[in-house]
Design a protein around this ligand. Sequence first.
Ligand code: AMP
Length: 123
Amino acid sequence: MAYTYDPQNIFARILRGEIPNKTVAETAHTLVFHDINPHAPVHVLAIPKGPYVNFDHFAAEASVEEIVDFHRTVASVIADLGLAGEAGYRAITNAGMSGMQEVPHYHLHILGGRVLGRLVGPA
Ligand code: AMP
């Protein structure tokens, strides 16, 4: 699969420091920040710093270091935000047309702080 990455997407601009963000955590390979339009009391986005368009691109082509760093950072944010264990959360990623992805830079939504309802609602 050939993936085409648009370097003008809004998360690329955040990573270049052209647009501000409310950072929750940052490492060499990963940035976690608050979603600008939260759908739950907790709604953060985790993104790799590398140019990956979606989950399958990241999973297929990122280095082991990037993949491990991303997931370990997400795990620590989940703990820091009080979502681990009983409280719980939902981690979602949208891709392409069916997933209605708006920003073409891989991001994992982490939502919590309320009961989130069933997985998929009406289109
Ligand atoms: P998706 O539909 O999965 O591509 O989600 C894109 C998400 O990015 C939405 O939840 C938006 O609210 C969020 N978003 C868009 N622009 C910004 C921004 N500048 N800072 C933080 N979140 C943003």
